[in-house]
Design a binder for this molecule. Structure first.
Ligand code: LLP
Length: 463
């Protein structure tokens, strides 16, 4: 998997879709008469109507993953003080997706003005929204206050003062959680690990800044301290990392109760729950397993310290959006390039690449793919799937055992692209960003339409 191994040069063949939660493909993906369908719609039909590249979300699958988190947390924390699930909108947010999350009973963790506005367009009021970010703007803070967001997650002392001032000027009280850094280094790549000391996020428990922030919030008449927040990183398979971080957070909470006689009512454990990107990746814990472990940690801590049970929330993004989506690409140029020892490597170019999936280039992430317009022949050839950008690092799949008779015009499906695919897409080389389609019960519809050249030129003042 992507765990920042230096070179993911593994010959990966993609499994055929199976209808299981742990599988690599969304649950409503299958091969029918040689052609892969999603949500009951043939990929060949999708491509004929909507073109490529395109992200296709299996709506049922994404809702099911949201529901599983919600039910798992409700069950695990029912004998404690209850739990909430906030979908991390940064993974992928559109009005349609936000509506699904609202209907499934989740809140939304936002970190920008547009994410807040998107959630409100989907019918959210402030009570189930959180505002994150390490550099919130005055505009974002003011809008979130007007909405009455459930909490601001405060990332620094400077921001604490800023939110206090804006709330005071508006005669309001802002509910705040403090994002603390616990010193736990967890997650896949260094860039997605967020709770060690030398990085930009949070208030350090070790250096005492977190404690200072707590006292400062308690002194501020326009702030109400509702919780502590810890997000340790992303793509975390090891539940012990959550345990270590939770121990630090729960310890700080009980110290505050002891020293200041203040009961911090809520704890948020953030996101970071892992998914599979290829068949050779470890199968991650299920929501039920994660939820059970988190509840166990909380239970043990309150037994040891005698503190009351906190209300717990989490913010999964990838584990809801990631596995529900596949990207469809069309095959273009195919080139056999001579490499050492009289061998060659086959390069298959597709019509997207690092502009719709930056993760391989940014984190060395590994993906896999299947040809979906016709069934696989027996023979496979080790193939590198590359994009159409002007960079040699524009690789989608490093080494894929792909059908030898692949040809221009074939359609490739890359699974597990729902999180941090479209949301981190760019217009590099002036490529319009692909649209996002929802497939369900034999029907498809745009969630976000694809860009076209005019969309790009509309921003160019000389056009
Ligand atoms: N909560 C906070 C405060 C976060 O910063 C994040 C992710 C999440 C929740 C959701 O984490 P998830 O469950 O999706 O792992 N772009 C990277 C990941 C960076 C995520 C940043 N924060 C990637 O493509 O892997």
């Amino acid at each position: 998997m992507e765990q920042s191994k230096e070179s993911p040069l593994v010959n990966i063949s993609a499994s055929e879709p199976q209808q299981s939660y742990e599988g690599l493909w969304p649950t409503n993906v299958k091969r029918e008469n040689g052609v892969i369908s999603i949500g009951g719609v043939l990929t060949t039909d999708i491509v004929r109507t909507y073109g490529t590249p395109v992200y296709v979300i299996d709506e049922e699958d994404m809702r099911m993953r949201a529901r599983r988190w919600k039910n798992a947390m409700d069950d695990a924390f029912s004998s404690l003080a209850g739990a909430d699930v906030f979908y991390a909108g940064k993974a992928f947010l559109s009005v349609g997706v936000a509506k699904w999350m609202r209907e499934e009973g989740l809140g939304i963790d936002t970190c920008s003005l547009a994410e807040l506005v998107t959630a409100t367009k989907a019918g959210y009021t402030g009570e189930m929204l959180g505002l994150h970010g390490n550099n919130k703007s005055i505009e974002e803070i003011t809008y979130a206050l007007e909405l009455g967001v459930k909490h601001f997650v405060i990332d620094s002392l400077a921001e604490l003062d800023l939110v206090a001032r804006i709330a005071q000027e508006n005669n309001m009280i802002a509910n705040v959680m403090l994002r603390v850094t616990t010193g736990v280094h967890a997650g896949g790549h260094e860039y997605i690990s967020t709770a060690h000391e030398d990085q930009k996020f949070g208030l350090s428990v070790t250096t005492g800044v977190a404690r200072l922030a707590i006292e400062r919030v308690l002194d501020a008449s326009s702030l109400r301290l509702v919780g502590l927040h810890s997000h340790i990183g992303s793509q975390i398979l090891n539940i012990n990392a959550f345990k270590e971080a939770a121990d630090v957070v729960m310890g700080l909470r009980s110290q505050v109760l002891h020293d200041l006689n203040y009961d911090i009512r809520e704890i948020d454990f953030g996101g970071g729950y892992a998914i599979r990107y290829t068949d050779i990746d470890e199968v991650p814990p299920t929501p039920e397993e994660y939820a059970h472990e988190l509840a166990k940690i909380v239970r043990e801590s309150i037994c040891q310290t005698g503190a009351s049970a906190p209300h717990v929330s989490i913010e999964p993004g990838r584990s809801i959006a990631g596995p529900s989506c596949v990207t469809l690409y069309s095959v273009g140029t195919i080139k056999d390039v001579a490499i050492a020892d009289e061998k060659h490597r086959r390069y298959v170019s597709i019509d997207g690449g690092m502009s719709d999936n930056i993760r391989p280039a940014l984190y060395g992430s590994n993906y896999t793919a299947l040809r979906c317009n016709r069934a696989s022949s027996e023979e496979k050839e080790v193939t590198r799937i590359v994009g159409k950008h002007c960079e040699s690092g524009d690789i989608v799949v490093h080494d894929l055992a792909l059908d030898k008779d692949v040809q221009a015009g074939d359609i490739l499906a890359v699974p597990a692209t729902g999180a941090y695919g479209r949301s981190m897409a760019s217009n590099y080389n002036m490529l319009p960003r692909p649209g996002v389609i929802a497939a369900k019960d034999g029907q498809v519809r745009w969630l976000v339409r694809c860009e076209n050249v005019n969309d790009l030129l509309n921003l160019d003042v000389d056009a």
